[in-house]
Write a protein that binds this ligand. Structure first.
Ligand code: NAD
Length: 353
């Protein structure tokens, strides 16, 4: 049966990296039909809405979605409803893509790209499972209000229901079962009630997954441990905001955010796949962007949503091969390697396939 993939290039380097990823997908000769639509700043410019109805409709009907990135200085002054990021948050919540899986893997070929000592990071392979549709980014009430004394006050609400915690917990326990069977839940239960509940629900769930060893860590310690001894972790699970920050830190352990894919899944395994990085306006349009995170996101898409495991393996092996060949975009460049453009890197992966 033909599978339908919706491509959302977005802004900045988004269109450049997605073009290369789509070429890679096309090389596999799978029964996949590709459509595309607008999101983010590009959609604001064309329709006044960062998530047009047509895009949402196409996304609902697709089997999987591949996104580049959204945002850029052009739209920074826009009202909140007309900000590119609103399109991304909107599609995640509308499709209930509540589970964000972010692997941080250090390819041996890139050991030098990490700012940490090779012995601290070599062989690193961790997975951060971040809750994506709840927590403080979505909690109500929120806003900026003027107090009686005339001073303005900004406020947000950090809220998680038991069912929200349970469903992300299950995804994390199941991911841990497929890996090293260790799960570390990250909270701030010494200060925030919402994460006291988080911790309790994780403990309850642990009884259903006796093969997984559950531990708990406070988020401040987790940030420290991630840079001190990151290999102690297998799978980490945490809420939206802590996950946002910790996964970027984990990304940098590997040397480049340009190498890291991500998956955002709903309860049925339908998902949106995107690189962990943003739209990199500083290098947009210059052919400097590393397309490998997006290409590896295609591999995750084939594995988690399209059930094409062999094709996913082939892409990952092709990426390893181009790294072995010494080809590097600027962000992962090191001595003795060959500097290539976005397009050349994409072409090299296609050739390796
Ligand atoms: P960023 O990830 O876009 O860039 C951070 C740094 O990493 C920049 O120096 C950039 O050049 C570099 N970089 C990122 N991706 C790269 C790649 N593929 N190859 C080579 N270098 C790469 O983060 P930022 O600068 O904080 O944000 C820029 C814009 O992106 C903002 O508008 C922000 O809101 C948006 N953003 C979007 C997403 C998303 O769409 N998922 C995520 C984060 C930020």
């Amino acid at each position: 049966m033909t599978k339908h993939v919706l491509v959302l290039p977005g802004d900045g380097i988004g269109p450049e990296i997605v073009t290369e990823a789509v070429k890679v997908l096309g090389t596999l000769n799978l029964d996949i039909e590709i459509d595309s639509a607008l999101i983010g700043g590009a959609a604001v410019d064309a329709t006044g809405n960062p998530l047009p109805d047509e895009t949402l409709e196409k996304a609902r009907n697709a089997d999987a979605i591949l996104l580049g990135a959204v945002g850029g200085p052009k739209w920074d002054g826009n009202a909140m409803e007309q900000r590119p990021e609103k399109g991304l948050l909107g599609i995640r919540s509308q499709l209930e893509l509540f589970a964000n899986l972010r692997p941080a893997i250090l390819y041996p070929q890139l050991a030098e790209a990490s700012t940490l000592k090779p012995e601290v990071v070599s062989g690193l392979d961790i997975l951060i499972v971040r809750e994506l549709t709840g927590g403080i980014y979505f909690g109500q009430p929120r806003g900026i209000r003027t107090l009686d004394n005339g001073e303005r006050e900004g406020y947000n609400t950090y809220v998680y229901s038991e069912s929200e915690i349970r469903r992300i917990g299950r995804q994390a326990f199941e991911a841990a079962q497929k890996r090293g069977k260790r799960l570390c839940s990250i909270d701030k239960s010494n200060v925030l009630e919402v994460t006291v509940l988080w911790k309790e629900v994780m403990d309850e769930l642990a009884k259903e997954y006796p093969d997984v060893e559950l531990s708990h860590m406070l988020v401040d310690n987790a940030a420290m441990q991630l840079v001190r001894a990151p290999k102690q972790f297998d799978v980490m699970v945490t809420g939206n905001m802590f996950g946002d920050i910790l996964s970027d830190a984990a990304a940098m352990l590997t040397g480049s955010i340009g190498m890291l894919p991500s998956a955002s899944l709903d309860e049925n395994g339908k998902g949106m796949y995107e690189p962990c990085h943003g739209s990199a306006p500083d290098i947009a349009g210059q052919g400097k962007a590393n397309p490998l995170a997006t290409i590896l996101s295609v591999a995750m898409m084939l594995r988690y949503s399209l059930n094409e495991i062999a094709a996913a393996d082939r892409i990952e092996q092709a990426v390893e091969k181009v790294l072995d060949q010494g080809l590097r975009t600027a962000d992962i460049m090191s001595e003795g390697c060959k500097l290539v453009s976005t397009e050349e890197m994409g072409a090299a992966v296609v050739a390796a396939l």
